[in-house]
Write a protein that binds this ligand. Structure first.
Ligand SMILES: Cc1cc2nc3c(=O)[nH]c(=O)nc-3n(C[C@H](O)[C@H](O)[C@H](O)COP(=O)(O)OP(=O)(O)OC[C@H]3O[C@@H](n4cnc5c(N)ncnc54)[C@H](O)[C@@H]3O)c2cc1C
Length: 585
């Protein structure tokens, strides 16, 4: 496998690799990593779909990519996916999946047209003091010291940042800036998370720095991601002839080791409680999603808090068992061993009549019932004890929604601090109490809050013990390579498998690992698209530098005449126009 960029490889169609028709493929899980990998195996690898089986412990596909209507509780989205145009592997996959919305279009076409017609941007990113506009809107407010810290992180080696926390490398000035407020709430970083991951994010999204404050960098699907991404993909895969076996928990995988050679030899599972084993030969491939950010997530309801489940977690337990068999299979404990630092809680509020949407409109400055972009990404109540953020996507967010309902996603980064209105921690709150706290920060008059929360909405809280487990400080080798050295018939996929340069907590990362696994195990001749290379593009770097300075030009030292001469000299080369285009001189 190799990485490529540009149109030549993007449009090339690989030939079917030798022996592809003899392969039988087993996927552990039906998350995005598995589903996309199967698409690549069928489309680019020529594996007969009938030879592909998914083993999934739940009763439906999609993993973290949810969007569920529970009859009693209401609608549930554990998260909403901020997406961008440079999800190279993901769009390579979805260009081949037919849309369920538009006849003759692909999912990519549907997404592309929607975001052309209705581009995303926010009209109010931050509030304070119960729904008032936040200060310094659109500015990063990074002083010299904060800019220096950030630049140092950017240029540090990966090795230097291994095992370090963000608050060990970025000082108080940085942590008090608007940049950090925007960044941490948008990507769910906490101060105690990995400095290495923060660095990788900076490189990965450097072309989006200018689009961070108003989210013009982001794009969204039409509905929740279960309906917009998982359903069309699953439909396509089933139409091709794959098998999806639900209620099947993989409990262990056996391997044979001979010198450097590593071969998976059996899969052990339980199906509705009945144990079973699948023997694996050289032509049987097994792709395991190891770990899961949504394992053991628990839904409360309007009158019940969500529970924090610290018990056995099958995605992690499988990885733990497998990891014991070879040092190159990673160290799961680094990620799943500190729930207090990886958990947070989100909640889905469904408003039931026009009363709450009127307050939403005041903040969003858009009509929530228009069918178009509403908040354009999250709104953060910066003075909220929970550091509460909320968003209203294009409505309806679920096809089954009634016309007068609005689905709102709410989350807090600090789940163990008492709220400002309810005086309970987020983790202790029922859906109704979370709605009260949200209404308080929305600017609803205090005397109206209890009645509105009780009768104007239904809310489902969801506690996710491992949701940011991949952000915990790590070292090289903690995540296994997608295809470990010597592996002949197996791969690790998903958020905890190692692939160079890309960053986790993205749909793209899961698809990338799925694509790399398929291309390596089958020997597909086409290149895998490299991670978008903006971090090596001097224009992106200069534009980002200018934005990080809130548009202030470079301080060229010396008296005026000397400065003019220097700038004149720069203008006689390629450097001057580049600096000018970025607004730096
Ligand atoms: C709250 C939230 C917000 C997010 N925001 C964004 C965003 O803004 N942008 C973005 O791009 N991405 C975002 N993501 C991330 C993205 O949704 C995930 O990274 C991606 O969907 C993970 O897919 P996966 O296949 O790697 O793993 P998962 O979705 O975790 O799938 C794993 C699957 O395997 C099954 N499984 C696990 N172990 C076993 C076993 N032993 N036996 C059988 N089955 C098993 C699980 O049940 C599950 O179905 C967000 C995710 C969440 C939860």
């Amino acid at each position: 496998m190799y990485y490529s960029s540009g149109n030549y490889e993007a449009f090339a169609r690989p030939r079917v690799p030798e022996g592809a028709d003899r392969k039988h493929v087993w996927f552990v899980g039906t998350g995005l990593a598995s589903l996309s990998s199967a698409v690549f195996m069928i489309r680019d690898g020529g594996v007969p779909a009938a030879n592909i089986t998914f083993l999934e412990k739940l009763t439906l596909p999609g993993g973290a990519l949810d969007g569920i209507k529970e009859p009693e509780r209401g609608f549930v989205i554990r998260g909403g996916r901020e997406m961008e145009d440079h999800f190279e592997c993901l769009w390579d996959c979805f260009r081949s999946i037919p849309s369920l919305e538009i006849e003759g279009a692909s999912v990519l076409d549907e997404f592309y047209w929607l975001n052309k017609d209705d581009p995303n941007y926010s009209l109010q990113r931050v509030t304070e003091k119960q729904g008032q506009p936040g200060p310094n809107a659109g500015l990063f407010t990074l002083n010299k010291k904060a800019q220096k810290d950030l630049t140092k992180l950017f240029f540090a080696t990966r090795e230097e940042m291994e095992g370090k926390r963000i608050n060990e490398v970025l000082g108080k000035d940085f942590l008090e800036s608007n940049f950090w407020l925007y960044w941490r709430t948008m990507f769910a970083f906490e101060e105690w998370h990995s400095a290495l991951e923060m660095k990788l994010y900076l490189h990965r999204f450097i072309h989006h720095i200018g689009g961070l404050p108003d989210f013009s960098a982001l794009k969204f699907t039409k509905y929740n991601q279960y309906e917009s991404l998982v359903l069309p993909m699953t439909r396509w895969l089933l139409d091709q002839g794959v098998t999806m076996q639900f209620e099947t928990e993989v409990t262990d995988v056996d391997f044979a080791f001979a010198g450097e050679r590593k071969q998976a030899t059996a899969i052990h599972y339980t199906h509705r409680g009945e144990p079973g084993t699948i023997e694996l030969g050289r032509d049987d491939l097994v792709l395991m999603t190891i770990g899961s950010l949504v394992d053991n997530s628990d839904n409360g309801d309007h009158h019940t808090p969500a529970k924090l489940d610290r018990g056995p977690a099958s995605a992690w337990d499988l990885w733990r068992k497998v990891a014991r068999k070879d040092p190159s299979f990673g160290r799961p404990e680094v990620f799943c061993g500190n729930i207090d630092e990886s958990k947070w809680e989100s909640a889905t509020v469904t408003t039931l009549d026009a009363r709450i949407p009127a307050y939403i409109e005041k903040i969003a400055k858009r009509d929530p019932f228009s069918g178009r972009v509403v908040t354009g990404g999250i709104v953060t109540a910066r003075d909220s004890a929970w550091l509460l953020s909320w968003t209203v996507n294009r409505q309806p967010h679920f096809k089954a929604q009634k016309p007068d309902e609005i689905v709102v996603w709410v989350y807090g980064l600090f789940v163990d601090r008492p709220g400002d209105y309810v005086k309970k921690t987020l983790a202790e709150c029922t859906g109704e109490e979370i709605t009260q706290e949200w209404l308080y920060h929305l600017g609803v008059p205090v005397e109206e809050i209890p009645e509105l929360a009780a009768t104007g909405a239904k809310c489902v809280p969801v506690m996710m013990p491992y949701v940011t487990s991949f952000f915990l400080p790590r070292h090289a080798g903690d995540r296994p390579d997608v295809v470990p050295a010597g592996a002949v018939n197996f791969a690790f996929i998903g958020q905890f498998a190692e692939t160079s340069r890309d960053c986790i907590f993205t749909t793209e990362y899961s698809v990338r690992t799925g694509m790399e696994a398929a291309y390596q195990l089958l020997g597909i001749e086409r290149g895998v698209p490299e991670v978008f290379n903006s971090t090596y593009d001097v224009r992106s770097l200069l534009a980002a530098s200018a934005r990080l300075r809130d548009g202030a030009p470079l301080d060229v030292p010396g008296p005026d005449a000397m400065r003019r001469r220097l700038v004149g000299k720069l203008d006689q080369s390629e450097v001057g126009p580049l600096l000018r285009a970025a607004g730096l001189i």
